[in-house]
Design a protein around this ligand. Structure first.
Ligand code: HSE
Length: 322
Protein backbone atom coordinates (compact mmCIF):
# COMPACT_ATOMS: atom_id res chain seq x y z
CA UNK A 1 0.00 0.00 0.00
CA UNK A 2 1.34 3.43 -0.80
CA UNK A 3 1.40 6.15 1.86
CA UNK A 4 0.29 9.75 1.34
CA UNK A 5 3.13 11.45 3.13
CA UNK A 6 6.02 9.97 5.05
CA UNK A 7 8.73 11.41 7.28
CA UNK A 8 11.96 9.72 8.28
CA UNK A 9 14.46 10.81 10.93
CA UNK A 10 18.07 9.77 10.28
CA UNK A 11 21.05 10.06 12.63
CA UNK A 12 24.49 11.54 12.00
CA UNK A 13 27.35 9.08 12.11
CA UNK A 14 31.02 8.94 12.91
CA UNK A 15 33.18 6.65 10.80
CA UNK A 16 36.49 4.87 11.37
CA UNK A 17 36.59 5.39 15.16
CA UNK A 18 40.35 5.58 14.68
CA UNK A 19 41.66 2.29 13.24
CA UNK A 20 38.49 0.97 11.53
CA UNK A 21 39.06 2.82 8.28
CA UNK A 22 35.91 2.52 6.12
CA UNK A 23 34.66 -0.26 8.38
CA UNK A 24 33.59 0.94 11.86
CA UNK A 25 30.76 3.41 12.34
CA UNK A 26 28.56 4.70 15.13
CA UNK A 27 25.26 6.55 14.90
CA UNK A 28 24.96 9.74 16.95
CA UNK A 29 21.88 11.55 18.22
CA UNK A 30 22.13 14.49 15.85
CA UNK A 31 19.48 14.21 13.14
CA UNK A 32 18.24 14.99 9.66
CA UNK A 33 14.55 14.73 8.71
CA UNK A 34 13.27 13.96 5.22
CA UNK A 35 9.57 14.22 4.44
CA UNK A 36 8.21 13.06 1.10
CA UNK A 37 4.88 12.88 -0.68
CA UNK A 38 3.63 12.52 -4.25
CA UNK A 39 2.84 15.83 -5.95
CA UNK A 40 1.43 17.36 -9.12
CA UNK A 41 4.69 19.19 -9.64
CA UNK A 42 8.04 18.73 -7.87
CA UNK A 43 8.60 21.19 -5.06
CA UNK A 44 11.19 21.48 -2.27
CA UNK A 45 11.00 23.03 1.20
CA UNK A 46 14.51 23.10 2.63
CA UNK A 47 14.88 24.42 6.16
CA UNK A 48 17.89 25.49 8.19
CA UNK A 49 21.48 26.58 7.64
CA UNK A 50 22.68 23.19 6.43
CA UNK A 51 20.37 23.38 3.41
CA UNK A 52 21.87 26.59 2.01
CA UNK A 53 22.92 26.13 -1.60
CA UNK A 54 21.22 22.73 -1.91
CA UNK A 55 19.55 22.46 -5.36
CA UNK A 56 15.77 22.84 -5.50
CA UNK A 57 15.28 21.17 -8.86
CA UNK A 58 15.41 17.60 -10.05
CA UNK A 59 19.20 17.53 -9.60
CA UNK A 60 18.54 17.51 -5.83
CA UNK A 61 20.18 14.45 -4.22
CA UNK A 62 17.07 13.46 -2.26
CA UNK A 63 14.99 13.61 -5.44
CA UNK A 64 17.53 11.62 -7.46
CA UNK A 65 17.88 8.93 -4.81
CA UNK A 66 14.08 8.62 -4.50
CA UNK A 67 13.87 8.08 -8.27
CA UNK A 68 16.39 5.23 -7.97
CA UNK A 69 14.16 3.56 -5.40
CA UNK A 70 11.11 3.86 -7.66
CA UNK A 71 13.08 2.56 -10.63
CA UNK A 72 14.33 -0.44 -8.63
CA UNK A 73 10.77 -1.14 -7.49
CA UNK A 74 9.43 -0.81 -11.05
CA UNK A 75 7.14 2.16 -10.40
CA UNK A 76 7.09 5.73 -11.73
CA UNK A 77 6.56 8.83 -9.59
CA UNK A 78 8.34 11.71 -11.31
CA UNK A 79 6.77 14.48 -9.22
CA UNK A 80 7.46 14.75 -5.48
CA UNK A 81 7.09 17.19 -2.65
CA UNK A 82 10.25 17.02 -0.52
CA UNK A 83 10.78 18.75 2.81
CA UNK A 84 14.05 18.53 4.70
CA UNK A 85 15.80 19.87 7.76
CA UNK A 86 19.19 18.77 9.04
CA UNK A 87 21.25 19.42 12.14
CA UNK A 88 24.16 17.44 10.71
CA UNK A 89 26.88 19.87 9.62
CA UNK A 90 28.08 19.46 6.03
CA UNK A 91 31.61 18.29 5.12
CA UNK A 92 32.73 18.00 8.73
CA UNK A 93 33.05 14.21 9.04
CA UNK A 94 29.69 13.54 10.69
CA UNK A 95 27.99 11.64 7.89
CA UNK A 96 25.76 14.37 6.46
CA UNK A 97 25.68 12.81 2.97
CA UNK A 98 25.00 9.35 4.42
CA UNK A 99 22.07 10.73 6.42
CA UNK A 100 20.63 12.46 3.34
CA UNK A 101 20.99 9.38 1.12
CA UNK A 102 19.58 7.01 3.74
CA UNK A 103 16.73 9.44 4.47
CA UNK A 104 15.82 9.59 0.78
CA UNK A 105 16.00 5.80 0.33
CA UNK A 106 13.92 4.99 3.39
CA UNK A 107 11.32 7.70 2.75
CA UNK A 108 10.87 6.80 -0.94
CA UNK A 109 10.63 3.09 -0.15
CA UNK A 110 8.02 3.71 2.55
CA UNK A 111 6.03 5.97 0.23
CA UNK A 112 5.51 3.08 -2.19
CA UNK A 113 4.71 0.48 0.47
CA UNK A 114 8.24 -0.74 1.37
CA UNK A 115 8.88 -3.17 -1.50
CA UNK A 116 12.66 -3.00 -0.98
CA UNK A 117 14.30 -4.82 1.94
CA UNK A 118 16.62 -3.13 4.43
CA UNK A 119 19.47 -5.06 2.87
CA UNK A 120 18.64 -3.71 -0.60
CA UNK A 121 18.52 -0.17 0.82
CA UNK A 122 21.89 -0.76 2.50
CA UNK A 123 23.41 -1.98 -0.78
CA UNK A 124 21.99 1.00 -2.67
CA UNK A 125 23.18 3.44 0.01
CA UNK A 126 26.69 1.99 -0.05
CA UNK A 127 26.87 2.11 -3.87
CA UNK A 128 25.88 5.76 -3.75
CA UNK A 129 27.91 6.90 -0.77
CA UNK A 130 30.83 4.41 -0.80
CA UNK A 131 31.20 4.31 2.98
CA UNK A 132 29.33 1.34 4.48
CA UNK A 133 30.34 2.41 7.99
CA UNK A 134 28.54 5.75 7.64
CA UNK A 135 25.48 4.50 5.78
CA UNK A 136 25.25 1.36 7.93
CA UNK A 137 25.18 3.46 11.10
CA UNK A 138 22.69 5.94 9.59
CA UNK A 139 20.37 3.12 8.48
CA UNK A 140 20.63 0.64 11.35
CA UNK A 141 21.79 2.82 14.26
CA UNK A 142 24.17 1.70 17.00
CA UNK A 143 27.72 0.61 16.44
CA UNK A 144 28.24 -0.95 13.00
CA UNK A 145 31.04 -3.11 11.67
CA UNK A 146 30.84 -3.07 7.88
CA UNK A 147 32.69 -4.04 4.76
CA UNK A 148 32.21 -3.31 1.04
CA UNK A 149 34.07 -5.04 -1.78
CA UNK A 150 32.68 -2.75 -4.46
CA UNK A 151 29.86 -5.19 -5.21
CA UNK A 152 28.26 -6.16 -1.92
CA UNK A 153 28.34 -4.65 1.52
CA UNK A 154 28.07 -6.71 4.70
CA UNK A 155 27.45 -5.40 8.17
CA UNK A 156 26.87 -6.41 11.76
CA UNK A 157 25.08 -3.99 14.05
CA UNK A 158 26.05 -4.00 17.71
CA UNK A 159 24.02 -2.40 20.47
CA UNK A 160 25.93 0.67 21.63
CA UNK A 161 27.07 0.78 25.24
CA UNK A 162 24.56 2.89 27.10
CA UNK A 163 27.10 4.59 29.33
CA UNK A 164 29.24 5.91 26.50
CA UNK A 165 28.96 9.48 25.31
CA UNK A 166 30.75 11.34 22.55
CA UNK A 167 32.12 14.85 22.74
CA UNK A 168 32.82 16.21 19.27
CA UNK A 169 34.76 19.35 18.41
CA UNK A 170 33.59 20.63 15.03
CA UNK A 171 36.05 23.10 13.46
CA UNK A 172 34.43 25.92 11.56
CA UNK A 173 36.28 25.05 8.34
CA UNK A 174 35.04 22.44 5.88
CA UNK A 175 37.12 19.52 4.67
CA UNK A 176 35.96 17.56 1.63
CA UNK A 177 36.33 13.78 2.00
CA UNK A 178 38.07 13.70 -1.40
CA UNK A 179 40.74 16.09 -0.17
CA UNK A 180 41.18 14.12 3.07
CA UNK A 181 41.51 10.90 1.06
CA UNK A 182 43.90 12.57 -1.35
CA UNK A 183 46.64 12.85 1.30
CA UNK A 184 46.62 9.10 2.03
CA UNK A 185 49.36 6.84 0.67
CA UNK A 186 48.51 4.33 -2.07
CA UNK A 187 50.40 1.60 -0.26
CA UNK A 188 51.23 0.90 3.36
CA UNK A 189 53.73 -1.28 5.13
CA UNK A 190 52.95 -4.69 6.60
CA UNK A 191 53.83 -3.21 9.99
CA UNK A 192 51.10 -0.55 9.69
CA UNK A 193 48.57 -3.07 8.37
CA UNK A 194 49.22 -5.35 11.33
CA UNK A 195 48.97 -2.38 13.68
CA UNK A 196 45.51 -1.50 12.36
CA UNK A 197 44.16 -5.05 12.20
CA UNK A 198 45.12 -5.50 15.84
CA UNK A 199 43.80 -2.16 17.05
CA UNK A 200 40.57 -2.31 15.09
CA UNK A 201 39.86 -5.85 16.30
CA UNK A 202 40.65 -4.84 19.87
CA UNK A 203 38.31 -1.84 19.60
CA UNK A 204 35.41 -3.99 18.40
CA UNK A 205 35.99 -6.45 21.23
CA UNK A 206 36.36 -3.64 23.80
CA UNK A 207 33.09 -2.01 22.66
CA UNK A 208 31.29 -5.36 22.68
CA UNK A 209 32.44 -6.26 26.17
CA UNK A 210 32.51 -2.87 27.89
CA UNK A 211 36.28 -2.85 28.35
CA UNK A 212 36.58 0.91 28.68
CA UNK A 213 40.13 0.58 29.91
CA UNK A 214 41.21 -0.61 26.43
CA UNK A 215 39.42 2.02 24.32
CA UNK A 216 42.28 4.51 24.60
CA UNK A 217 44.89 2.23 23.07
CA UNK A 218 42.42 0.46 20.75
CA UNK A 219 41.47 3.72 18.98
CA UNK A 220 45.01 4.29 17.74
CA UNK A 221 45.53 4.25 13.99
CA UNK A 222 48.40 4.11 11.52
CA UNK A 223 46.48 4.15 8.21
CA UNK A 224 44.95 7.58 7.85
CA UNK A 225 45.18 9.84 10.90
CA UNK A 226 48.97 10.43 10.73
CA UNK A 227 48.57 11.65 7.14
CA UNK A 228 45.50 13.74 7.77
CA UNK A 229 47.00 15.53 10.77
CA UNK A 230 48.62 18.05 8.41
CA UNK A 231 45.15 19.17 7.27
CA UNK A 232 43.88 19.84 10.79
CA UNK A 233 46.15 21.97 12.96
CA UNK A 234 45.89 20.88 16.61
CA UNK A 235 44.72 17.38 15.74
CA UNK A 236 47.98 15.68 16.68
CA UNK A 237 48.03 17.25 20.14
CA UNK A 238 44.38 16.31 20.68
CA UNK A 239 45.00 12.70 19.61
CA UNK A 240 48.03 12.49 21.88
CA UNK A 241 46.66 14.22 24.96
CA UNK A 242 42.85 13.95 25.14
CA UNK A 243 43.07 10.90 27.42
CA UNK A 244 44.96 13.03 29.98
CA UNK A 245 41.89 15.28 30.11
CA UNK A 246 39.30 12.60 30.72
CA UNK A 247 38.63 10.99 27.29
CA UNK A 248 38.35 7.22 27.09
CA UNK A 249 39.58 7.44 23.51
CA UNK A 250 39.92 9.92 20.67
CA UNK A 251 39.86 9.86 16.87
CA UNK A 252 39.30 11.94 13.80
CA UNK A 253 35.58 11.59 12.98
CA UNK A 254 35.38 10.09 9.50
CA UNK A 255 37.53 12.06 7.12
CA UNK A 256 37.43 15.05 9.50
CA UNK A 257 37.86 17.81 10.38
CA UNK A 258 35.67 16.97 13.41
CA UNK A 259 37.49 15.36 16.32
CA UNK A 260 35.60 12.80 18.37
CA UNK A 261 36.26 11.73 21.94
CA UNK A 262 34.48 8.89 23.69
CA UNK A 263 33.66 9.64 27.29
CA UNK A 264 32.17 7.72 30.20
CA UNK A 265 28.77 9.28 30.86
CA UNK A 266 29.60 9.41 34.57
CA UNK A 267 32.85 11.31 34.02
CA UNK A 268 33.42 14.30 36.29
CA UNK A 269 35.94 15.78 33.85
CA UNK A 270 33.65 16.76 30.99
CA UNK A 271 34.27 20.50 31.28
CA UNK A 272 38.02 19.97 31.41
CA UNK A 273 37.92 17.86 28.23
CA UNK A 274 35.74 20.35 26.41
CA UNK A 275 38.07 23.21 27.33
CA UNK A 276 41.10 21.19 26.22
CA UNK A 277 39.61 20.55 22.77
CA UNK A 278 38.46 24.12 22.22
CA UNK A 279 41.65 25.71 23.57
CA UNK A 280 43.93 23.42 21.56
CA UNK A 281 42.16 24.30 18.32
CA UNK A 282 41.94 27.97 19.25
CA UNK A 283 45.71 28.06 19.83
CA UNK A 284 45.99 27.11 16.15
CA UNK A 285 43.60 29.87 15.14
CA UNK A 286 40.66 27.50 14.62
CA UNK A 287 37.25 28.18 16.09
CA UNK A 288 35.31 25.03 16.93
CA UNK A 289 31.86 24.22 18.25
CA UNK A 290 31.51 21.37 20.72
CA UNK A 291 28.55 19.02 21.03
CA UNK A 292 27.85 16.32 23.58
CA UNK A 293 26.21 13.45 21.74
CA UNK A 294 24.90 10.05 22.66
CA UNK A 295 25.04 6.95 20.50
CA UNK A 296 21.77 6.61 18.57
CA UNK A 297 20.39 3.09 18.75
CA UNK A 298 17.51 3.48 16.27
CA UNK A 299 19.01 4.42 12.91
CA UNK A 300 16.54 5.65 10.29
CA UNK A 301 13.02 5.64 11.72
CA UNK A 302 9.66 6.66 10.34
CA UNK A 303 7.92 9.22 12.46
CA UNK A 304 4.21 9.84 12.77
CA UNK A 305 2.89 12.04 9.93
CA UNK A 306 2.34 15.64 10.91
CA UNK A 307 -1.13 16.92 11.60
CA UNK A 308 -2.93 18.85 8.83
CA UNK A 309 -2.00 22.52 9.12
CA UNK A 310 1.02 21.87 11.36
CA UNK A 311 4.23 23.46 10.06
CA UNK A 312 7.19 21.17 9.40
CA UNK A 313 9.48 22.96 11.85
CA UNK A 314 6.79 22.87 14.51
CA UNK A 315 6.37 19.16 13.86
CA UNK A 316 10.04 18.29 14.46
CA UNK A 317 10.74 20.86 17.18
CA UNK A 318 11.75 19.39 20.48
CA UNK A 319 14.36 17.28 18.73
CA UNK A 320 16.14 19.85 16.59
CA UNK A 321 19.25 21.46 18.04
CA UNK A 322 18.91 24.87 16.43
N1 HSE B 1 35.93 6.33 6.04
C1 HSE B 1 35.93 7.56 5.28
C2 HSE B 1 37.31 8.18 5.30
C3 HSE B 1 34.98 8.53 5.93
O1 HSE B 1 37.94 8.18 6.34
O2 HSE B 1 37.75 8.70 4.27
C4 HSE B 1 33.98 9.05 5.01
O3 HSE B 1 32.97 9.69 5.77
Amino acid sequence: MTAKRVCVRVPASTANLGPGFDSLGMALNLYAWVEMSFAEQTVFHLHGDQMQGVPTDKSNLIYEVAQRVFERAGVSHPELEITMYSDVPLTRGLGSSASAIVGALVAANKLIGSPLSDDTLFQMATELEHHPDNVGAALFGGFVVAFWDGKRAEHIRIEPLSDLEALVAIPEFKLATEKARGVLPKEITMKDAVFNVGHSSLLVAALCTGRYDLIRVAMKDALHQPYRASLIPGMEKILNEADRHGALGVALSGAGPTLLTLVDRQSTRKKELEAFLVDTLRAEGIRAATLWLKPDADGAVMIEPRRPGQSFMDYIKGEVRA
